[in-house]
Design a protein around this ligand. Structure first.
Ligand code: CO8
Length: 263
């Protein structure tokens, strides 16, 4: 598939997807969402991509939301379908069996904030702004924001942000647990790449098991969550990576993880 709205490159095992509609502050139109979907399918299948970074082009925005200019021609049924399609793609992103880092270089609003929340963690530029401003349009979040935001920052704070539609800065986002770290704008991509490369050197099998245990365990009670963890822990023992990691430790050398499940 040719991409008109996103850029995708692979560097040292790290896939970098850049939303590339800077004139519309990288807003997500129908086409852009489908291109994201296509990249996710590629990343899922391609062993050469061990970590994915999402970012936005231009100085101003990560993603400023769904493309509002498409709203006037949608009826209720089409809006419902669009919201469901976005949610489906964001769930695919969330469930990608590889680490995904949102590199938030500017506005992450509405669908852009929902997109960032569907990644494993968020690194933000000190100039980034987060918010769910749909209320200003007479709307509510539609790509999972009413569900992911309360789970991340608590119900009352999420309601406050969604009801007022106000933006918060990167520092506030970090204090709330929305952003994991904040960097000066000129260091953001370099620092994100540094961590992405580190993750790319880890065992893909262990990273997959870790993500599965945390994400699938989230909605379970503690007992069932721990049971899921034990199963995932056991599964790691069937990997060549685990043999390699333990052997490297005992032999006092750096491990070389290949991501193979069989011995
Ligand atoms: N959609 C379409 N175009 C946009 C969007 C957007 N979300 N955001 C910005 N743009 C465009 C502007 O229209 C403008 O275009 P032009 O130059 O042609 O006039 C250009 O980007 C630059 O924007 P501004 O001139 O407004 O830049 P400012 O620096 O003055 O303001 C803001 C920046 C504050 C980010 C401002 O652009 C803004 O408020 N944008 C809208 C943010 C927003 O409301 N996002 C939520 C959208 S709704 C949503 O995401 C719901 C998701 C679920 C959808 C379910 C489907 C039905």
């Amino acid at each position: 598939m040719e991409y008109a709205n996103v850029l995708f490159e692979i560097r040292d095992g790290v896939g970098i997807l850049t939303f590339n509609r800077p004139k519309a502050l990288n807003a997500l139109n129908v086409e852009t969402l489908e291109e994201l979907n296509d990249v996710l399918d590629r990343v899922r299948e391609d062993d050469a991509v061990r970590v994915l970074i999402l970012t936005g082009s231009g100085e101003k925005a990560f993603v400023a939301g769904a493309d509002i200019s498409e709203f006037p021609r949608m009826n209720a049924l089409q809006a419902h379908r669009f919201a469901e399609r976005g949610q489906e793609i964001f769930s695919k992103l969330e469930e990608l069996p590889k680490p995904v880092i949102a590199c938030v270089n500017g506005f992450a609003l509405g669908g852009g904030c929902e997109l960032a929340m569907s990644c494993d963690f968020i690194y933000a530029s000190s100039l980034a702004r987060f918010g769910q401003p749909e209320i200003n349009l007479g709307l509510i979040p539609g790509f999972g924001g009413t569900q992911r935001l309360p789970r991340l920052i608590g119900r009352a704070k999420a309601k406050e942000l969604c009801m007022t539609g106000e933006m918060i800065d990167a520092q506030q986002a970090m204090e709330l647990g929305l952003a994991a770290r904040v960097f000066p704008p000129e260091q953001l991509m370099e620092e994100t790449l540094k961590v992405a490369r580190l993750l790319a050197s880890r065992s893909p099998v262990a990273l997959r098991a870790l993500k599965h245990a945390i994400d699938r365990g989230w909605d379970l009670d503690l007992r069932n969550g721990c049971s899921l963890e034990a199963e995932s822990f056991g599964l790691c023992f069937s990997s060549q990576d685990m043999r390699e990691g333990v052997a490297a430790f005992l032999e006092k050398r750096k491990p070389n993880f290949q991501g193979s499940l069989t011995r």
